[in-house]
Design a protein around this ligand. Sequence first.
Ligand SMILES: Nc1nc2c(ncn2[C@@H]2O[C@H](COP(=O)(O)OP(=O)(O)OP(=O)(O)O)[C@@H](O)[C@H]2O)c(=O)[nH]1
Ligand SMILES: [Zn+2]
Length: 386
Amino acid sequence: MHNSSGNPLDNTPSTNQPTGGPGAYGYTPAVARHFDQYPCPGATERGRVVRVDRTLLLVAAGDGLLHLPYPLSGEPAVTGDWVWIGPNRAGNRQILAVLPRRSELSRKRAFEDSSEEQVLAANMDTVGVVVPVDRPLTHNRLERTLVAAWDSGATPLVIITKADLADVAHDVVGKVILQAAGVEVVTTSAENGDGVDELMSRIQPGGTIVLLGPSGAGKSTLINALVGREVQQTGEVRSGDFKGKHTTTARELVPLSNGTVLMDTPGVRGFGLFDAGEGLGGMFGDVEELAAGCRFADCAHGGEPGCAVREAIDGGVLEERRWNSYLKMQRELAALARRSDVAAQRAYHREWHQKVVSAGRSQRWAEREATERQGRTAGKDRKPKR
Ligand SMILES: Nc1nc2c(ncn2[C@@H]2O[C@H](COP(=O)(O)OP(=O)(O)OP(=O)(O)O)[C@@H](O)[C@H]2O)c(=O)[nH]1
Ligand SMILES: [Zn+2]
């Protein structure tokens, strides 16, 4: 059983959740308020989905972990989801509701309707974009992964791995910092332990971090370093053969003793994020275009007359979560601009504008119109988020 017997005052959850239940899995006062905001009739317990197995969900609830069947209706639950639990007619515990997500990582299915998304994980605070120094840096991959991170609603953090390979490290680190366009960068080596504590310190207690990166980037090794340092029970994430094999078989939350939660997600390896060529402009270009259509040039989008953004949200054209992601990115960039490299910022903005302007403004509109036409023909709209 996970043990967090350090200072009992540290990270104490707002209710008396024992440490084996959701308390060990990121149940912070903010999460408690989130539950309060979305009450559920008949629910008696709060829990978090720790792992998705083939037929059952492993849920942290009460003072431990339990297997529960998938919810009978509504959106399917994924790893990281917060759920309301209550008795069914037979008196067995079941999931009654999945709370609205603060962030979600989803994969768009290629060759299908573009609104078709597969949600892989939910409620991460930080998306660690893992970049190894032992291979050439592909700008496109880094950029696409950063876009996915921003779009999830979480905050990206670039994690450089294998920095002990000194002959290549210096070169790559410099390039990454430039290409990461203002996103914070931590340099680590699981080999000699450099930067691992610093990485921990970048994630607030109670925060959930997920690592994304190409195969062989050093994610598993880094996870083992984090887990090995922070938790006694490393056996759970290790299997006998760790030679280039996945060390876990399911997406799983791993609580660390400082209150941070690690989301170990072999399922997102080789993450096929978006259609090739779609970059930052492609992701948020539509939002920028919308905002440009407000009646007042300095519209704060807070209820002014003629606000195109509010109209789009109210009309269901723009998802509230997506708008919030965009605002969050703007805030983060503004904060970073104050303290980080001016040259990198400039490069970022230059690139951003080029993309927004040139990367198919007309194409996006054409696509959207086509989608709307389809929607009208089919006589249905996207199911609203609950
Ligand atoms: N020199 C050095 N090698 C490392 C470091 N971290 C990982 N490696 C090596 O890099 C290789 C790949 O590491 P993994 O942790 O398996 O990479 P991964 O990202 O989990 O890969 P997938 O499981 O395929 O997604 C292994 O041979 C590791 O020993 C490091 O800090 N320094
Ligand atoms: Zn506005």
